[in-house]
Design a protein. Structure first.
Length: 136
């Protein structure tokens, strides 16, 4: 049904992602509502509404009503409270400033997630241009 890849280790370099991997693949969520299944073979999970989330220690293992599925490298969930928080650095110095990492925590559940924004795709010949919009 799905496979969520782990961020490649080669993303963990100072030029691209500030010395720790870009985290987008680790924070993927797929949400299915009123699903219908047909054909053969049928998936073993046949809930009409469910979510698939990436496997990330300290994050996905803190969600209620979720089960790890090895072939997906992710978790199958039936939890209507899952979603994706998105925010953008939109102030005047958005091209020149970097706020990373951003830590999200919930002391009650043990949720702890370190976020990094997407890599800079501007190359000045010597180093990355660092002209990018921070989007999480």
């Amino acid at each position: 049904m799905a496979y969520i890849f782990d961020p490649p280790q080669e993303w963990n370099n100072v030029d691209d992602c500030i010395g720790f991997p870009c985290t987008a693949p680790s924070n993927a969520i797929f949400s299915f509502k009123s699903s219908k299944f047909s054909g053969i073979p049928q998936p073993f999970i046949r809930d009409r509404s469910f979510q698939i989330v990436a496997d990330l220690a300290g994050v996905s293992d803190t969600f209620d009503e979720c089960e790890y599925i090895d072939s997906w490298n992710g978790w199958g969930c039936t939890n209507d409270n899952l979603g994706q928080l998105m925010f953008i650095g939109d102030d005047d110095d958005w091209e020149d400033r970097n706020v990373a990492p951003v830590w999200l925590t919930n002391e009650e559940t043990g949720y702890s997630n370190k976020l990094n924004h997407q890599m800079d795709h501007v190359w000045d010949g010597f180093y990355t241009g660092q002209l990018h919009k921070q989007q999480y």
